[in-house]
Design a protein around this ligand. Sequence first.
Ligand SMILES: NC(=O)CC[C@H](N)C(=O)O
Length: 404
Amino acid sequence: MISRIIRSPILSRSFATHAGSNVALPAVLHLKTGQSFVGRSFGAPKSIFGETVFSTSITSYTESMTDPSYRGQILVFTTPLIGNYGVPLNKTPVDSKDVGVVLESQNIQCSAVVVADVAEKFSHHSAVESIASWCHRSGIPGITGVDTRAITRLLRDQGTTLGRLAVGADASASSPTPGQYWDPTTENLVDQASTKTPYELNPTGDVKIAVLDFGAKANIFRSLVRRNAAVTVLPWNFDFNSVRDQYDGLFLSNGPGDPAHCTDAILKLRKTLQEWDKPVFGICMGHQIIGMAAGLDAYRMTFGNRGHNQPVLALASSGSIRAGRVYVTSQNHQYALKLSDPFPEGWEPFFINCNDSSVEGIKSTTKSGKKVWGVQFHPESAGGPLDTIEVSYSSFVMLTGNSW
Ligand SMILES: NC(=O)CC[C@H](N)C(=O)O
C-alpha cells in the first residue's frame, strides 16, 4: 500500500515532552487506510496498535483518558491545545462514601493520545503533574505536532480506522501491512475492564442498587452514592437473577468495545426483565445491553459519537424530562441500537440524536408497569456539560427513588 506522509507546520517547534528528558523522540501515527502523520512523541517512549477515534470535547482530557470505554483506542483530540491545566492527584481519601478516585478510574484507559499541540506548561490549583509526565509513568504514548483536523476529517470520511503509533526507532520503520494491525474490538474488552469480584460502596445507604460493571466510570458510582444508594458492584456477567431479591434496583454501566461480546449478560437480563418488576437503568453499553435484551439489534456506526456537545431530542416525557426538549450531552460510543419500526412490544424510543438520528434512549412503556430506561449518552457527564443535569436527576431518581 502506498502511504501518504503528512507533516504539520507545528512540528518546527521543539521542546521537551518526555519526563526527565530534553529530547522529544520522533513519532508517526499510521492509519490502516494508508496515511501517516509525522510528529513528536510525549509520554511513554513505546509503540502501540489501536483503534483510532476522535473526540470533540474541548475540556476534560483527564476524565476522557480515564474513561474505561476508551480501552484499546488511540484517542485523537480535535481541540488543539491539550494539557494546559495539567493532571490532578487522582485519589480521594478512603471512606465508605467515596469511590476512591477523582477522575473516572484509577489509570489511563485509552492506548495512546494524539494532540496538535501538547501544553509544555500547565497551571491549575489541583494539578500535580503534566500530561506528558502522567502518560510517561502510566506507560501510555502520545504524539504531538500533528494536524488533528486532517486526521479527524479522514476518520469522519473513512470511519473509525485501525492505527499504530510508532515511537523512537520504530518511527523510521515503514508503515505496518494491513494484516499487522490489531483490532481491539475482536476481544471482549468488557471482561478486561469489569471488576473480577463483587464489592460494596456506601453499605449503609437507604436503597440497595446492584451495578453490573461493564467498565464503569467513577462518576456513575458518585451519582448513586450521592443519592445515598448502597451500591453493590458486580462483574458484568454475574448471575444477578440469583440475588435479585436483595435489591431495589439494577444499574448497567458503560463499557468498552462491541456489545456483541456480552451475549451472556443480554440473556441473563432478558430473564430479569421478564420476571422482575423493580427499576432498571443503563448508560451507554448498559443501554445497548437493555435494548438487545428487549429485542433490538445493535450496529457499528461509521465514526461514533465522542464529545461533550451532542444534541439529543426527548421523544417522551418522564420525570422532569419533557418531550420536544433538546439536551446537550456527553457521549463516547461507536455502536448504537437500530431504530426498528415497530419497536419491540412494551418499549418506546426515549431520545434521538439531532445530528445523525441514532437512538439515544429507550424506555419501557408505562403499560407494562415496569420502569426500565437506557440512555446512550452520559447524563452523569464527567467530563461534559451539566446541561443534562435534569436528565441525570430524573434517571437516577427513577432508579433510586432518592433526589439529591
Ligand atoms: N461508553 C460506552 O459504554 C460505549 C459502549 C460501546 N463500547 C460503544 O462503543 O458503543
